[in-house]
Write a protein that binds this ligand. Sequence first.
Ligand code: CA
Length: 247
Amino acid sequence: MMQIEKAIARYLKNSGHPYMHLKAVLFDMDGVLFDSMPYHADAWVTSMEKYGLPMTREIAFMNEGRTGMNTINMIYHQVHGKDASKELIDEIYQDKCNEFAKHPDPERMPGALELLTKLKAMGITPVLVTGSGQHTLFARFDRDYPGMFEHDKMVTAYDVKYGKPNPEPYLMGLKKAGVAPNEAIVVENAPIGIEAGRAAGVFTIAVNTGPLKDSVLLDAGANLLFSSMQALCDNWEILIQKFERHV
Ligand code: CA
């Protein structure tokens, strides 16, 4: 577990914080709390193809975490050399949501509920920080993670202007939790989300739940990497002990 100590020491040195004291954990949603990314990737490929916009599953995973609007406009710009109209973006995003909805409801990511239960028992506040704007989001959390997330401690597509990789969503998450960057950690599975977490000055843990190489997530700036949410959950007690030792 030397790796954890080194990662914390490096974070403190680079950020200039004298210590870490964990009060909140900022969770990304897709690919972290829900095993939904394969469905999202499928939906992106199917929808974008209808509009003549080239998208692969790999592009979907590499750009995971951007708002739908930013993703559509990015690809549109590559093809047409100009921005897509708001109407077209809305139409494509609606279609993508419809395609996503054809899949079964995504399952909870294994280990996620167990980890949240541990956090709650320790008095640590879980905060959701997602670029998603699904209308069913709150209902889904009430059903699959009952009592874990307070609605006023959720950052969604409706709260932000820029979205990841801008630090804005995670800065807003810190604000909603009422904590400083050295009093939180970010849990992310996507390169762009990791960039956002780091840019917000927060210790960022990558969980590699998808097809990307570990190096992609580490190069994006992850302070620490686990192979799954279950692995993060299983190592939680060790991790928290190492954090508190630096107080
Ligand atoms: Ca994600």
